[in-house]
Write a new protein. Structure first.
Length: 255
């Protein structure tokens, strides 16, 4: 499932973080590569110049994903080295390690880092599919939006883009998770930043992002851990995504 948004529909709620370090990520499937679309915003609703933002910008040559920050002194932009695609799922991630380090990732790679000093203030809102006051809205589908209160590593971001469920990545540090399976009121499965539907035109869609289900036994399974060298091996992937199946087979052979 996912939510399918028109430019008149978006979601907003209370902010889950107010300062770096943090990581914000989501899956998106835009209807085109010609519009500028805000995917995910953490902002001050009283001003247009204090925010962190993930935006897919089809009005720029190469159709990059941007991780932007502004604190009243101008926009600082980290821009992906490749472009996003229309009518297919793309993974977006912004890692704010500090006031002087913000890295954007598109589909687990194509990363770039902005080092201009930016410390947005007055942060009080989160916007999904727009900037929290309905401007530059998304045209397409969104799913699996998440926020962590730490800077995820490149290997962890790559794991998210390969389909590891957000709740499996640093589960002790994820502060908000919105699966975006339905319209209307959307609960924050981790924190207290529930989302409210704004505008008109949002609808639920059965086309879901390529994310492995976390499973009913999430608490028993534990967290995904990337390989030390930064690679996510297929064996480690399987042991983390399907540990129940592996355990049953082991128990079966041991009886």
């Amino acid at each position: 499932m996912s939510v399918d948004l028109t430019p008149t529909a978006y979601y907003d709620g209370t902010n889950p973080v107010t300062a770096a370090p943090f990581t914000m990520a989501c899956w998106f499937q835009p209807d085109n590569i010609t519009d500028a679309m805000i995917l995910f915003d953490i902002l001050d609703t009283d001003t247009s110049s204090n925010y962190w933002r993930l935006a897919a910008n089809g009005t720029i040559a190469g159709d990059p994903l941007r991780f932007q920050a502004d604190s009243g002194v101008g926009i600082s932009i980290a821009e992906s080295t490749t472009g996003f695609s229309a009518d297919q799922w793309n993974h977006a991630c912004g890692v704010a390690a500090s006031a002087t380090s913000r890295t954007v990732y598109l589909n687990g790679g194509s990363s770039a880092t902005a080092t201009d000093s930016r410390t947005p203030t007055g942060i009080d809102r989160v916007g999904i599919g727009a900037n929290g006051i309905g401007l530059v809205a998304m045209n397409g589908k969104l799913a699996e939006a998440s926020v962590w209160n730490v800077a995820l590593s490149a290997a962890e971001v790559a794991a998210l883009a390969r389909g590891v469920h957000p709740l499996r990545i640093r589960p002790g540090n994820i502060v908000s998770y919105w699966p975006l399976y339905t319209t209307g009121h959307i609960a924050d499965y981790i924190g207290s930043s529930d989302l409210t539907s704004q505008g008109a035109g949002a609808k639920a869609n059965f086309d879901h992002a390529p994310v492995q289900p976390v499973g009913f036994d999430f608490g028993w399974r534990g967290a995904f851990t990337a390989a030390a060298a930064g690679d996510v091996t297929s064996d480690r992937w399987m042991s983390q995504v399907y540990p129940v199946r592996r355990q049953i087979s082991i128990v079966g052979f041991s009886i």
